[in-house]
Design a binder for this molecule. Sequence first.
Ligand code: ZN
Ligand code: ZN
Length: 241
Amino acid sequence: MTGSFWVDLLFPKVCQRCGEGFQTGLSNILCGSCFDSIPAYKDPVCDHCGISLPARAFEDASRPRCRDCGEGDYFLDKVRALGPYEGALRIAHHGFKFEGMESLKSNLAEKMVFCSIPAFWEGVEALVPVPLSAERERERGYNPATLLTAEMAKVTGILPRPILKKTKSIQPQMSLSREERLKNPRGAYQVQPGELLPLKAVLVDDVFTTGATLEECARVLKKAGVAWVGAVVIGRTPHHP
Ligand SMILES: [Zn+2]
Ligand SMILES: [Zn+2]
């Protein structure tokens, strides 16, 4: 009998989602069945933020877009989100990102890969993590997007390519209005010099709120010569603030 068996028995973990005690789960905060029941977005989805909507919502549209994203032109060609950023998914993301529960990364990454239809991945040559500034990454000790990218690479066989770098710190998006958020990441990212660029790349990040950071990364990649840029995220905030 292992030491952890006795620890689990004496100090049962409590699931933050359902309140039940559990002994083995994906982390200290979420039981296995709550993780398994994370609702994923189903097709058809908005091609700019990944939210699923009833099929008829797209009937008269030239492109499948939700009301928040509208008909505008974007640099991002297609975005997939695992699901709405709430409930068990939000708890899992928090555990992974802020509480050092790195054990969650492979389970989250696997779900992120399989939330998109196989056609999404066709011809994709590179998985590109959205970078943190060097200072921020030093503070945290890791970039959550890089960890997810590495796990997604194992599942898809697509190369992880950290070809972007963040060259200036920006104000935390949380503290800004929607208008300010959209402009805030402008000029903050660059392609690393000397990189051979893929034709099709998929950006990896954790949460889609306004999509401004991903848009800026897509703009920079396209300006450098990448022809198609998609993105995969853990969650999409259910409504833009
Ligand atoms: Zn639970
Ligand atoms: Zn949308």
